[in-house]
Write a protein that binds this ligand. Structure first.
Ligand SMILES: Nc1ncnc2c1ncn2[C@@H]1O[C@H](COP(=O)(O)OP(=O)(O)O)[C@@H](O)[C@H]1O
Ligand SMILES: [Mg+2]
Length: 251
């Protein structure tokens, strides 16, 4: 299978502290890859490598090789703004801007001024439909996004990422601040778009990983312990540590 992201020997240092100890992980094109592991094992740190969000964390150094469609993303010539368009990110806390739903979803499109009103309207409708929130907001596109529930805000944030047509969507525990019904809607959204986008989701919810992901990577103390098809890992993991974690012995 074709890999959209390849990473090898990825290390991340926060000051003197080495948080990732050399991660080799390739992400296949399309479908959902889950990153699981106990709190503090390096899931967010690894995810932030993929669109260079660690650049924004002071005193941080990334080593190793990370490629998007074969191109080294840490190369000095990389346009980081374009990288983050191609590799979008959704966070744990919904973070819509304090303006209308329409302006949120078109935010990344209006800044380059290339799109007509009709094109913007079309992107808004398509993205909100993909994010499974269109029916709930279509009559309120001018309403401030902050007036919606947390679960709705999170789906608006997903639509905002999808509107710029990324290649990869990263989500860092996108449902852990949400109630079960809203979480289920986010999962539906991800199942909805998994044929069109490459999705990488960090979750500490093993049931969520087993429900929605195609492949699962298990991290522990900054190391990648096991990476395989989700079904295989949950039924018959190769490593004792994986089995112990999946059986709730720690974490
Ligand atoms: N900005 C930071 N500065 C210093 N240490 C950090 C920072 N962010 C994360 N860490 C440390 O790196 C390790 C991995 O953290 P993180 O990637 O957030 O784990 P996870 O997302 O799996 O909970 C932890 O030991 C954490 O304390
Ligand atoms: Mg984290």
């Amino acid at each position: 299978m074709e890999n959209v992201i390849t990473s090898s020997a990825v290390k991340v240092f926060y000051g003197e502290k080495e948080a990732l100890h050399g991660i080799d992980l390739d992400i296949p094109k399309q479908g959902i890859t889950a990153l699981i592991g106990p709190s503090g094992c390096g899931k967010s740190t690894y995810l932030r490598c993929l669109n260079r969000m660690n650049d924004l964390v002071p005193n941080t150094r990334v080593a190793g090789d990370i490629r998007l469609d074969g191109t080294d993303i840490n190369d000095a010539k990389t346009d980081v703004v374009e990288l983050r368009r191609r590799v979008g990110m959704v966070f744990q806390q919904p973070n819509p801007f304090p303006f209308s739903v329409y302006d949120n979803v078109t935010y990344g499109l209006r800044t380059n001024g290339k799109f007509s009103k009709d094109e913007l309207d079309e992107r808004v409708e398509t993205s909100l439909k993909q994010a499974a929130i269109w029916d709930e907001v279509k009559d309120d596109l001018n309403k401030n996004a902050w007036e919606f529930s947390g679960g709705q805000q999170q789906r608006i944030c997903v639509a905002r990422v999808l509107a710029v047509h990324p290649d990869v969507v990263l989500l860092d525990e996108p449902t852990s601040a949400l109630d079960p019904i809203s979480s289920a809607k986010i999962e539906d959204t991800l199942m909805n778009i998994r044929d069109q986008y490459t999705i990488v989701i960090v979750t500490h919810n093993m049931q969520q990983a087993s429900r929605i992901s195609d492949k699962t990577a298990f991290l522990l103390n900054g190391n990648l312990i096991e990476y395989s098809q989700t079904k295989k890992m949950f039924i018959n993991p190769d490593k004792q540590e994986t089995s112990d974690y999946l059986n709730g012995k720690f974490g």
